[in-house]
Write a protein that binds this ligand. Structure first.
Ligand SMILES: Cc1cc2nc3c(=O)[nH]c(=O)nc-3n(C[C@H](O)[C@H](O)[C@H](O)COP(=O)(O)OP(=O)(O)OC[C@H]3O[C@@H](n4cnc5c(N)ncnc54)[C@H](O)[C@@H]3O)c2cc1C
Length: 332
């Protein structure tokens, strides 16, 4: 009896908390299109309560705001177009979010745990004088969040007591909200005071690739120090092309200059959870595993049968990669 009562009160509290939720999701986009991580962040926001607004700030971000307005469960889309948001600097966006916060009293402010979200949300939290909760992997209640610590080796459940919860959420733990079924209308929001000279955007150089984006790809082929040179990574590019896969790498391969650092998977790189992850010439250090161990199927190719990567892999091939990879590519 006691336990069912307390469960009932617990549920009531959860429903009461939910009723007063209003969440602002900060959209990550490139003006023309929404980046998929925003769709994961919207799903996380929907777990908190029904009122989900999305803020799209950019220079000519009409297409991105129209896309997110179609997302099911989004009630409002706030759009700020201004030269101040060129380069999406944390300083200009923080001012905008604080203005929106003053007007609408959000209980939660959310972004994906990408370089974008990680740059902006700590600043917003500091300005609001609240503790940010980073890299959330599950939401138990509007004030209770689950996150990985020690490079994902332990899971922590935290209760945030601040009135405004500022969260970054790990994309791979929340299914993307489809961009259909919603009917929000983009509304303009003023960008007053957002232009500042604390940080000035100068330019950016983006790596162009026809391959899928690493964090969104269904298949990832990753290479490690075992590849031995930048030229040998061609073996992996050929395999990736056959599988329509993204290419990733261990930190050792990045540090050795075999590939650029935006390919790094792991604790200090990107977190991926594709349907298929193929680790080639990677030993399986915990810092690497922290970035890929949630992949649905893991395949490892390594000539050392004792390599720790085999402990987390579903399929392991003990073989010289220079023999196994071309054979695999030919057979595909
Ligand atoms: C704070 C911190 C953060 C870090 N963050 C990251 C991170 O984000 N991502 C990350 O990856 N690492 C990270 N590291 C580094 C990590 O500890 C390892 O050093 C790194 O992952 C090792 O990379 P590797 O597996 O490619 O190299 P190695 O450990 O050297 O392994 C190479 C593997 O290739 C195999 N091999 C060699 N030749 C062949 C062949 N011909 N055929 C088949 N197999 C072959 C070997 O048997 C070996 O298992 C971090 C470390 C620290 C301290």
């Amino acid at each position: 009896m006691f336990s069912s009562c307390s469960r009932q009160f617990g549920n009531q509290r959860f429903l009461q908390l939910k009723r007063f939720q209003s969440t602002l999701v900060i959209a990550e986009h490139n003006n023309e299109a929404l980046l998929p991580i925003t769709q994961n962040a919207i799903t996380a926001a929907k777990k908190l309560g029904s009122d989900v607004s999305v803020l799209v700030a950019g220079t000519k971000c009409g297409p991105a705001s129209e896309a997110v307005a179609k997302a099911a469960g989004v009630t409002k889309v706030l759009v700020a177009e201004n030269e101040a948001f060129k380069g999406f600097t944390a300083e200009s966006l923080t001012t905008l979010v604080l203005n929106a916060q003053k007007q609408n009293n959000y209980t939660h402010i959310i972004a994906g745990a990408s370089a974008f979200g990680k740059a902006i949300l700590p600043r917003i939290a500091a300005k609001l004088d609240v503790s940010p909760v980073s890299d959330v992997i599950d939401i138990k209640a509007p004030d209770t969040f689950v996150r990985g610590i020690y490079a994902g080796n332990a899971i922590q459940t935290v209760k945030a007591k601040d009135a405004i919860k500022v969260l970054t959420v790990r994309a791979t733990n929340f299914e993307p909200t489809p961009l259909e079924g919603g009917s929000a209308k983009p509304e303009p929001i003023a960008a007053e005071g957002c232009a500042q000279d604390l940080t000035v955007f100068v330019s950016q150089e983006l790596t162009k690739s026809d391959r899928p984006e690493l964090t969104a790809a269904k298949v990832v082929v990753s290479g490690g120090r075992g590849l031995k040179s930048a030229d040998n990574f061609k073996l992996l590019y050929d395999l990736a092309d056959k599988l329509n896969a993204a290419v990733g790498a261990s930190r050792a391969a990045v540090d050795a200059g075999y590939v650029p650092n935006d390919l790094q998977v792991g604790q200090t790189g990107k977190i991926v959870a594709p349907d298929l992850y193929i680790a080639v010439g990677i030993s399986g250090a915990i810092q690497h595993l922290a970035g890929m161990k949630d992949s649905k199927t893991i395949v490892a190719i390594n000539k050392d049968p004792e390599a720790p990567i085999f402990q987390v892999s579903d399929y392991g091939l003990v073989e010289d990669l220079f023999k196994a990879v071309p054979e695999l590519t030919n057979k595909l």
